[in-house]
Ligand binder design. Sequence first.
Ligand code: PGA
Length: 259
Amino acid sequence: MEIVIVQHKDEAAKIAADIVESYVREGKTLGLATGSTPLGTYQELIRRHREQDLSFRDCQAFLLDEYVGLPRSHEQTYYQTIRREFTSHIDIDDAQVHSPDGTAEHPGEAARAYDRSIGDAGGVDIQILGIGSDGHIGFNEPTSSLQSRTRIKTLHPDTVRDNARFFDDDESKVPHHVMTQGIGTIGEARHLLLLAFGENKAEAIAAMVEGPVSAMCPASALQMHEHVTVIVDTAAASGLKHTQYYNYALENKPTWQAF
Ligand code: PGA
């Protein structure tokens, strides 16, 4: 795991956009996350599309997760959110932006089909990830199998509370079920890029980076992956014990080694 600690999230967005851009320029497959964390990165990529001719024409994109039961027209579906925040502002064909079908009549089957479709497309090259304050990635809540595949999950009450801000601050409006790529599915992406900002992520980041690999912190499964870049601000890094080493490793990074 490469840990990059920055002073401000704008700096993180630029570094993350540099990493994603290198994949976009090769027409690679992007794994997209919703939530507030990647928004700065998406804005920077949109800017590069507009001002620097960065083209997404040859890319495919796969979303991590979706609420179950919300119609696709609902503004809080991740189907709508990723279009509103990112993909409608770049030159990717809408049909190339894939997401789990939270409206499917047979959700279990739809989840398995989605999982297969990622593999059929050749897998994800660069997966953008946020992290929940409880250590979830995608919607894989604590106790999720570290080998899980795309499936239906019940949200943890903490996540329902965290996400109520998108539903008029009303927890009763937040769907309690979701369809999410599993931890095993996410782990098949070739490069994982996880971003986290703010004090309320500090505990989850410490558990992910320096804790044991455990289903109690689903993000700790990233310790088993061979190519992970973690970009955090100083607040999210505040629970880490070995920051001196992470900074040293970054400053002394061999010049031939890209992120
Ligand atoms: P956030 O959510 O980016 O809105 O903090 C992250 C997550 O829950 O995975």
